[in-house]
Design a protein around this ligand. Sequence first.
Ligand code: PLP
Length: 404
Amino acid sequence: MLNVEEIRKQFKILDRKINGKRLAYLDNASTTQKPHKVIQALTDYYENNNSNIHRGIHTLSEESTTLYESARVTLQKFLNAKLAHEIIFTRNTTEAINLVAYTFGEKNIHEGDEIIVSELEHHANLIPWQELCKRKKATLKVIPIKEDLNLDMEIYEKLLSEKTKLVAVTGMSNVTGTIPNIKKIIELAHKFNSKVLIDGAQLAAHTKIDLQELNCDFFTISGHKMLGPTGSGALYGKEELLNEMPPFLFGGGMVLHVTQQETSYTGLPDKFEAGTPNIAETIAFKSAIEYLEEIGMENIQKHEKELTDYAIELFSKHKEVKIFHPENGGGVVSFTIEGIHPHDIASIFNEYGVAIRSGKHCAHPLIERLKIPSLARMSFYIYNNKEDVEQAEKALKETIKIFK
Ligand SMILES: Cc1ncc(COP(=O)(O)O)c(C=O)c1O
């Protein structure tokens, strides 16, 4: 199990007082805090190695290139991708999904084709496909959720056809914590020769991922949701697909030969990393992954399950509270309190030092489907403890008292 008290020592920000109270940071699905090791990696890089990569033959440039490329290998191993150059560094999941929409999508989606998403999607895994379908006169189909907040797999099977060219679904909902059966989703889609993109922005932070076992075609990651700096993230794509896709952004660092009128491009991964990338952030993301590996993804998952169950136990004692969480969901607990707007809930929680999120969580269609105006959300990570959950329950009691 996790030694949470030891882990907490690595996160100086957790010593902060908010409105005179200890900080209970329960907004991890938005972004996680960064351990000392990651912050130190940023500082070390800028103080000792800072230089542009891939272009120089001087020592600093070579060091920076080595560090940057070693981050690629670390992430490859962490996700068990077959090849390091199947990992393309991006700023985040949003950029990774847009990359696929503008390259794979532009090339392979045609009039009359169909793309399937689910009702659980974050806007990042919805809007790029809406826009692609508009450009290409293709159709966007949606897997609905059932009352238990899981995807309706029977309807999914019916939506699949020879017209399906891409299935793009989340590995874990940032709103309900629902973890769809992505293994089955991928297997079924492949029977129709459809490609599958898994939005791993939430899932990868909490679960051991084995890309070779999963066999998806694309997978996306946001480093900042797994202890890494903002501006770090990645797209995984199968080598043969990435090779066939045209570049996304054009410019320096991704060319073989350029004349006034024509350009030929390099191979993977540089073809998709035009311009100066987020070098320091990517190198520090490597430290975040090493830290997660030291702790162990299985331990992280167990710890979050414990906190999630405890939060549901404490919150469901209050009759005014409605919880939106499926059985076996991930470490996200969304809720409403009868008659109180979620922004008011978040504001009072903040008075008690509890950082939670409120609103539509970049998932407007899902919020509409749940027939509510918005939601309050607690989300957990490795440094959270039972005290955080109890502090949240205390804030909950005060919120109910103030409004009733
Ligand atoms: C499920 C899911 N997908 C995509 C995103 C977008 O991630 P980013 O803002 O890092 O691009 C988020 C962010 O909250 C998310 O939770």
